[in-house]
Design a protein around this ligand. Structure first.
Ligand code: UGA
Length: 438
């Protein structure tokens, strides 16, 4: 019999999970409290930019395997396995995660659950959450069960990461829960994707440990960039050289403006907060440094910009290339690029922002910045250009097409991806983070 699944929460994670589970052949119903989002998804469109997802979504809606609703009762009736994919953002004014969506959605689901339902958490949560939910469920829906199955997908590669993950991790308390999840993921297990079975706390910790490691790797290379800058060395060569050691590896070693987005920054903070509650604060003290190094890249970039403009932003035309927190995404949550743009705007600069996909989202967060869709137009009057999100089109852009400037123009490449030779030859000064000045 075809497995019947529900996916609760249809953001980047949930919409992708729902579409990909339908792609595996299951009957899937996605639930969200936002009727506008449900309407868009139900019409076969995706309310955010994620390459490849619209095709998978539309194909499975057309095949009748995938639908969306705002009704939790409908979802509970239509499925036996429920994936919780709601957000766990940082609490306002604190480092800890806000779990209201996790507890709220399970509370709304529980009264409607069918006998023997399996509730599978995918959201990133503080260790211990699954156990609390299991206790609650034991009281309100005694035949239902909880499992934890963290998600490791990257925005921009969400479909590929879901259908071809590096590994699957399931935290379970019963053989039945393990068997059900083995059945769900059977097509992936058949392709030799490692399937790891753990207890609840280990499954929860795997996720935050992985994100903490990635954040640490980025901050490590950015700390090296700071030393390179002080010593007159070149971080891009250093990173290439250490990356050849397979124990280090060359991925996630791109020095620059640092990490942002809806996951890495808030996950390391929530992890520190939870470790504190558990009395293991010291173990994660280094993550405070990881966070500080990361935020320092933003300040450093603003300071380099100020220096290029002789100490004042007042009335100066500054163009920011990139608003998304990384390329191939329209997500501006905790975007390093927008943080720098806003700081320069607040210091009196006339900031123009360009991004191929994220301008609408950026304008919602910072309505006072100027947004320009055409790249050449955005660059035309710039005295200073800041390359802050490494979209391929910035690397491909030929600066000679801008003509000879009436005055000296400056470029700061905070992602170390543009070609200094090309830009200098076109009459620009070029500075990057962690590289020699000339
Ligand atoms: C991250 C993890 O990579 C996923 O495995 C995880 O599932 C996800 O968080 C999550 O918890 O949901 P994502 O937020 O999509 O994925 O973004 P990444 O590709 O990890 O990039 C994070 C940030 O690091 C970006 O701002 C990027 O520009 C920056 N970065 C990345 C660097 O500054 N240098 C690098 O070498 C790599």
């Amino acid at each position: 019999m075809t497995l019947r699944l529900s996916v609760i929460g249809t953001g980047y994670l949930g919409a992708t999970h729902a579409a990909c589970m339908a792609e595996l052949g299951y009957e899937v119903i996605g639930v969200d409290i936002d009727p506008a989002k449900v309407e868009i998804l139900q019409s076969g469109r995706v309310p955010f930019y994620e390459p490849g997802l619209p095709e998978v979504l539309a194909r499975n809606i057309a095949a009748g395997r995938l639908r969306f609703t705002t009704s939790m009762a409908e979802a509970a009736a239509a499925a036996d396995i429920h994936f919780i994919c709601v957000g766990t953002p940082q609490q306002a004014g604190a480092n800890a995660a806000d779990l209201s969506q996790v507890f709220g959605s399970i509370q709304a689901l529980t009264p409607h659950l069918r006998a023997g339902a399996l509730v599978v958490g995918k959201s990133t949560v503080p260790v211990g959450t699954a156990a609390v939910l299991a206790e609650q469920l034991a009281l309100t829906a005694p035949t239902a069960e909880v499992a934890w199955n963290p998600e490791f997908l990257r925005e921009g590669f969400a479909v590929a990461d879901t259908l071809n993950p590096d590994r699957l991790v399931v935290g379970v308390r019963s053989q039945r829960a393990e068997d059900l999840l083995r059945e769900v993921y059977a097509p992936l297990i058949a392709q030799d994707v490692p399937f790891l079975v753990t207890d609840f706390p280990t499954a929860e910790l795997v996720k935050v440990a992985a994100n903490s490691f990635l954040a640490t790797k980025i901050s490590f290379i950015n700390a090296m960039a700071e030393v390179c800058e002080a010593a007159g060395a070149d971080i891009t060569q250093l990173a290439e050289a250490i990356g050849y050691d397979p124990r280090i590896g060359n991925r996630f070693l791109a020095a620059g403006l640092g990490f942002g987005g809806g996951c890495l920054p808030k996950d390391i903070r929530a992890f520190m907060a939870r470790a504190g509650e558990l009395g293991a604060e010291e173990a994660l003290a280094f993550l405070r440094e990881v966070d500080q190094i990361n935020l320092r890249q933003r300040t450093h970039t603003v300071n380099l910009a100020l220096a290029a403009l002789d100490g004042s932003f007042a009335g100066k035309n500054v163009t920011v290339l990139g608003a998304a927190f990384k390329p191939d995404s329209d997500d501006v949550r905790d975007s390093p690029a927008l943080a720098v743009a806003a700081a320069i705007h607040n210091a009196g600069g006339k900031v123009v922002v360009h991004d191929p996909k994220a301008l609408a989202n950026a304008a919602r967060v910072y309505p006072t910045l100027t947004y320009v869709e055409d790249l050449a137009e955005a660059l035309a009057d710039a005295e200073l250009v800041l390359h802050l999100t490494e979209w391929p089109e910035y690397r491909e852009f030929d600066p000679t097409t801008l003509g000879s400037p009436p005055r000296q123009r400056h470029l700061i490449d905070a992602r170390n991806r543009l070609d200094p030779v090309v830009w200098r030859a076109a009459g620009w000064t070029y500075r990057a983070l962690g590289r020699p000045t000339a």
